[in-house]
Design a protein around this ligand. Structure first.
Ligand SMILES: O=C(O)COP(=O)(O)O
Ligand SMILES: [Mg+2]
Length: 225
């Protein structure tokens, strides 16, 4: 398979570029310690990441995927989580294999790259910088930059607007059904990696256009203009 007429590539962050769950789980447990609640551990947190930090907090506070959290507790937890995460943003996070190679080759071809994540921009920006890939991205659309989080198309539309291109000419690259949904809702083609956080499901079930083992495989699938 080959993607044609691609003018930009949009990357999800958590689970696609960076294995950030070790830091997220650490910060969630530090927060729960502060609140006097039981720690949840990395394995559970891994299944809860992907819908933005408010949804993650609701899941962590309730130890459940879907239960409603006490709104007052959520309000109290939000700024504490942000503060703890900002102070511990890149202690254990790692780039996945092939990320540097894939980004470098696409950038060398002159394709503008955007990071489109449900993670708040105030956390995503420092993480990209500290882990050494911030300079690849022409723009970062974080979880609160657009009216609705992925799988809504809003964040992809905003990235396209910032780059001055038609969103259907962007290739979305992600790890979860939220990325596939956002791409479909925006009318973009979508490539996925199988190693990230998809709430315990195989990403092939979400029917992306292609699944690549690492991002190093991606440039060969994008036709040169
Ligand atoms: O912070 C999250 O919930 C997930 O972020 P992502 O969109 O980069 O996977
Ligand atoms: Mg992700």
């Amino acid at each position: 398979m080959m993607f044609r007429d691609i003018e930009a590539v949009f990357f999800d962050l958590d689970g696609t570029l960076v294995d950030s769950v070790p830091d997220i789980a650490n910060v969630v447990d530090l927060l729960l310690d502060e609140l006097g609640l039981p720690r949840r551990g990395e394995a559970r947190v891994r299944t809860w990441v992907g819908n933005g930090s408010d949804v993650l907090l609701r899941r962590a506070l309730t130890d459940s995927m879907d239960a409603a959290a006490d709104p007052a507790l959520l309000e109290q937890a939000r700024p504490r989580y942000r503060r703890l995460y900002a102070a511990n943003v890149c202690l254990h996070s790692r780039l996945y294999p092939g990320v540097h190679e894939g980004l470098a080759e696409l950038a060398a071809r002159g394709l503008p790259l955007a990071c489109v994540t449900n993670k708040p921009a105030e956390l995503a920006g420092p993480l990209l910088e500290r882990i050494g890939i911030g300079a690849y991205f022409a723009t970062l659309v974080g979880g609160e930059c657009a009216p609705a989080a992925k799988p809504a198309p809003d964040a992809l539309l905003l990235a396209a607007e910032r780059l001055g291109l038609d969103v259907t000419r962007a290739l979305m690259v992600g790890d979860s059904m939220n990325d596939v949904g956002a791409a479909r809702n925006a009318g973009c083609p979508v490539a996925c990696v199988p190693y990230g956080y998809n709430h315990g499901h195989d990403i092939r079930d979400a029917a992306p256009d292609v699944v690549v083992e690492t991002l190093a495989e991606l440039p060969a699938l994008i036709a040169r203009r």
